[in-house]
Design a protein around this ligand. Structure first.
Ligand code: ARG
Ligand code: ZN
Length: 481
């Protein structure tokens, strides 16, 4: 969705076209209008076919039914979007599921599957620029997880669990279970309506609006009322103990924990840690950006090398196993760094992980643990161990790590070191002002490494070119900055 704040910065051509729809100019005769296909990607160098051009999604309604016994998902996705060009056809990203029908503005549309994850839709009539349109896709199938080196060599996307399913969509896994403009630059509002066998629950983002039981099945309707990137949508299905509260600062909270790990001390602490972190980070960083908080704690000890995998699903992080306090600080910090302020391209992902790791360090410092400066020094002297099949720690270029290394440990640790070194260089007061200005000015939007560098120079009044060059843009251990 377009961020309202940018409305006054519309380029002239767009403003003029807007005037056309207001009838200020005579509309062109239908025959004069040229319609072109929307692009099948958004030019993200790490994921060229992710996202699609020619339209901007405002809202998704995801209606699904899932049966853990068979792993089958049946769904209807309804999308409201605005054309950003005259469209003869457009694409959605959708991985492997069977598409049964597509309607555009209520009319049957033809469609074709192309490439690895493209659903190419041709409406009966062209779609006019700046007009809103509706798309309904009916589908079913067994969602196929993604795998490979991108996310810790773990499967991700829509994943079956012991008692249901969970979703880890980052970076390109949302389209494993619903058709989407699957790139963080097209945020939208979501309602998620999920039907499961009676006795199971479906936990998603935002607030639970309704719950009903009928015909041996339970249906849960959730709504997230702030813009959300597709990779942050969750739909965790299974047995859950649910508790609700409101934080002292007034944020409604909902926590869901798998009963098999409910007595784990970290599970018991998670709601309390979530409350504290949500409110306290707001004090350092700026108002909490969303209208609910919470957690989803799953029971998956995972393969032997599982790195306490978790994802900052919006308003309600998903933890594959009960998290320790710093794990909660990490995922809740992502609500500002990643979820509200999202990457412009996936190569900017250090802005998510570097900040989240730095907040872990800062949280410890504020709570009687070691200072962030000591954490910096330890990582500098003795970086964390790296798997033998990954590039060595100091070889990763943080501002352009390559797709397969986007979650390399250096992205977390050298990213956090960059921020701590910057804090040390420009001073506490300016650094915290930079952080607050960053989340305030980029709220619900997207931002790049270059945007961060420019703001850091502006807030500090210093030329930071050499600093960012050695920390973010060059390989090798920085020695002077
Ligand atoms: N953003 C995650 C974190 O908080 C890392 C990736 C999580 N896993 C995934 N399947 N996307 O560190
Ligand atoms: Zn993270």
């Amino acid at each position: 969705m377009a961020i309202p704040r940018s409305a006054h910065r519309l380029p002239l051509a767009v403003a003029a076209a807007g005037a056309t729809t207001l009838g200020l100019f005579a509309p062109a005769a239908a025959a004069d209008v040229r319609y072109e296909p929307g692009s099948s990607g958004l030019g993200d160098s790490y994921f060229p076919d992710l996202g699609n051009g020619g339209y901007d999604v405002e809202r998704y309604h995801l209606k699904t039914a899932y049966d853990p016994a068979t792993d089958r998902l049946t769904g209807t996705t309804t999308i409201t979007a605005t054309a950003t060009q005259n469209l003869s056809r457009f694409n959605l990203d959708f991985y492997k599921m069977n598409v049964r029908s597509v309607r555009v503005n209520g009319h049957k549309a033809s469609f074709e599957r192309t490439g690895e994850r493209e659903l190419e839709i041709t409406p009966r009539k062209g779609l006019r620029k700046l007009r809103s349109f509706g798309v309904t896709v009916r589908y079913d199938g067994v969602p196929q997880p993604l795998s490979g080196p991108v996310v810790f060599d773990l499967p991700y996307g829509f994943l079956a669990t012991k008692d249901g399913a969970t979703v880890m969509g980052e970076p390109n896994g949302a389209s494993t279970w619903f058709p989407a403009n699957d790139h963080p630059t097209d945020k939208a509002l979501f309602t998620v309506e999920t039907t499961v066998p009676h006795g199971l629950k479906a936990i998603s983002n935002g607030r639970l609006l309704r719950q009903r039981t009928a015909g041996g099945k339970d249906t849960f309707l959730w709504r997230e009322d702030r813009p959300m990137a597709t990779y942050l949508v969750t739909n965790s299905i299974g047995r859950f103990n649910v508790s609700t509260t409101t934080t002292p600062k007034g944020v409604p909270q909902l926590d869901a924990v798998d009963p098999e790990v409910a007595s784990d001390p970290n599970s018991l602490d998670t709601p309390r840690n979530t409350t504290r972190v949500t409110d306290e980070l707001a004090g350092y960083i700026g108002a909490y950006p969303f209208t609910s908080t919470g957690s989803i704690v799953e029971n998956d000890s995972g393969p032997p090398l599982n790195l306490e995998n978790a994802l900052e699903t919006q308003t309600r992080p998903t933890y594959q196993s009960p998290p320790v306090e710093k794990g909660v600080a990490h995922e809740i910090s992502h609500q500002w760094f990643g979820d509200s302020v999202s990457v412009r391209r996936w190569k900017d992902v250090w802005l998510n992980e570097g900040f989240a790791k730095w907040v872990e360090w800062y949280w410890a410092e504020r709570h009687g643990g070691q200072s962030a400066q000591l954490s910096f020094q330890q990582s500098y002297d003795d970086p964390p161990p790296i798997q033998p099949d990954r590039p060595p720690f100091w070889d990763v270029v943080i501002a352009d790590p390559t797709r397969d290394q986007m979650f390399h440990r250096a992205m977390y640790f050298r990213g956090a070191m960059t921020l701590q070194a910057l804090r040390h260089k420009i001073g506490d007061e300016r650094f915290l002002r930079l952080v607050r200005t960053w989340v305030a000015t980029k709220k619900y939007g997207n931002a790049s490494t270059e945007d961060f560098e420019a703001l850091a120079e502006q807030v500090s009044g210093q030329d930071l070119g050499a600093f960012f060059r050695v920390w973010l843009h060059a390989p090798g251990k920085p020695t002077a900055w």
